[in-house]
Write a protein that binds this ligand. Structure first.
Ligand code: XUL
Ligand code: CO
Length: 441
């Protein structure tokens, strides 16, 4: 249901509908048809699309070389509570006009941080009350909440990894408030992204203590939330760098090792972001596959990087090929465990019309829809699965099967090799696999 507050912010834009690929209406979905069944589930249920509060409502285009370029009509009041309510009105008008089902936030995206923790807490909970009403009327849900433990200068040396315990304690208080807010709003998950949990120089860093402290911090979060009845999943969002030179949650593999070492498995999974994968020199599908292999593919932050830039450009997804390959992993691993697809993406600094925010999200949803349909066709209509199976056929019978079942010793391998002679050369057929994806795009 479309929810408009006291003022309508996105005037002239109605509910965004699916019109199909022949439509030339920029404000319509061409491929994302929420009710269309793909692989036995509606697109809506596969994706659980979410709006990111920070980019969509707070990102006004400032960069290290220049100030904001966008004046948002919901960001005009000097009274922080009025501004928070207006921002919430704009958020819910946008989410419901787009037909999205979820949103995500950092604590201080909702309302500006105050001069004291006590005052900040009051502001957050007043805003939470307001959001609760909006959620009730619209049916929109909270995919995840998180605490911004990286912007305030007090976190310049890290939050949970800070060398000063007083800062760690402050971060803990902020974490508790953000968890309480998330639970109050029936948030389905809670995210940890540690932009400052890493180092700028190893020379002044006790890496072991810092990492163990982050582990303690996360176990405290889990124990507190579980004690309050929180049933959702905690996600770590890997990123290799930026703003830190080196971030401890470097990539999926590093984060999985951390989750296991710190005894967080079972409660923690991963939130994989496309542009973070690129920065870690991985593909998006690589990160998804690594997470899925460990049963930790929890959620996705959707965006894309720029192949010519080495930073987190957070552009909206538009690469169908990349998304199709990612959706192959997604479908074959049975989707996400508890999460959804959150558009952690921003319109460009020079995209200054309010309608650009709609156009960007429409493009992102359509890219995922196309990717999903391509992946589904590749799996069901092509001989992709057969080819892949054939590549590993030697493990499905005879000695190969014995090997997989753990029945062989090293001497058995020695005997097999001695008897068999030089193995025959078998092509990897990479171009054929690539052509099949191309054929179905
Ligand atoms: C930063 C990033 C964050 C997290 C939430 O690169 O992706 O916005 O998603 O803190
Ligand atoms: Co993100």
């Amino acid at each position: 249901m479309v929810v408009i507050g006291n003022k309508e912010y996105f005037k002239g834009i109605g509910e965004i509908k699916f019109e199909g690929r022949e439509s030339d209406n920029p404000l319509a979905y061409k491929f994302y048809d929420p009710e269309q069944l793909v692989a036995g589930k509606t697109m809506r249920d596969h994706f659980r699309f979410s709006m990111a509060y920070w980019h969509t409502l707070c990102g006004t285009g400032g960069d290290p070389f220049g100030p904001s370029t966008k004046e948002f009509p919901w960001a005009t009041s000097n009274d922080p509570m009025v501004a928070a309510r207006e921002k919430a009105d704009a958020a819910f008008e946008f989410i419901t006009k787009m037909g999205l089902d979820y949103y995500c936030f950092h604590d201080y995206d909702l309302v500006d941080e105050a001069g004291s923790l006590a005052e900040s807490e009051k502001r957050v909970f007043k805003t939470v009350d307001y959001l609760k009403e909006k959620m009730k009327v619209s049916g929109v849900k909270l995919l995840w909440g998180t605490a911004n433990l990286f912007s305030n200068p007090r976190y310049m040396n890290g939050a949970a990894s800070n060398p000063n315990f007083d800062v760690v304690a402050h971060a803990g208080a902020q974490l508790k408030i953000a968890l309480d807010a998330t639970m109050e709003l029936n948030g389905e998950n809670y995210v940890f992204w540690g932009g400052r949990e890493g180092y700028m120089s190893l020379l002044n860093t006790n890496m072991k203590l810092e990492q163990d402290n982050i582990g303690r911090f996360m176990r405290m979060a889990r124990d507190y939330a579980r004690g309050q009845g929180f049933k959702g999943t905690f996600f770590i969002e890997p990123k290799p760098m930026e703003p830190s030179k080196h971030q401890y949650d470097f990539d999926a593999a590093t984060s999985i090792k951390f989750i296991r070492e710190q005894e967080l498995a079972g409660d923690f999974k991963l939130n994989i972001e496309v542009n973070h994968a690129t920065l870690a020199q991985h593909t998006f599908q690589h990160e998804l596959q690594v997470a899925a292999n460990s049963g930790m593919l929890g959620s996705i932050d959707a965006n894309r990087g720029d192949y010519q830039n080495g930073w987190d450009t957070d552009q909206f997804p538009n690469n169908v090929m990349e998304t199709a390959e990612a959706m192959l992993v997604f479908l074959k691993s049975d989707g996400l465990q508890g999460g959804g697809i959150n558009f952690d993406a921003k319109t460009r600094r020079n995209s200054t019309d309010l309608e650009d925010i709609f156009i960007a999200h429409i493009g992102g949803a359509d890219t995922f829809a196309r990717g999903l349909m391509v992946a589904d066709s590749v799996i069901n209509n092509s001989n992709y699965e057969k080819l892949l199976g054939k590549r590993y056929a030697s493990f499905t019978s005879g000695k190969g099967l014995d090997f997989v079942r753990g029945k062989l010793s090293l001497t058995d391998l020695y005997d097999v090799a001695k008897l068999g002679g030089e193995p025959k050369q078998i092509s990897g057929k990479q171009e054929l696999f690539e052509n099949i994806i191309n054929q179905y795009v």
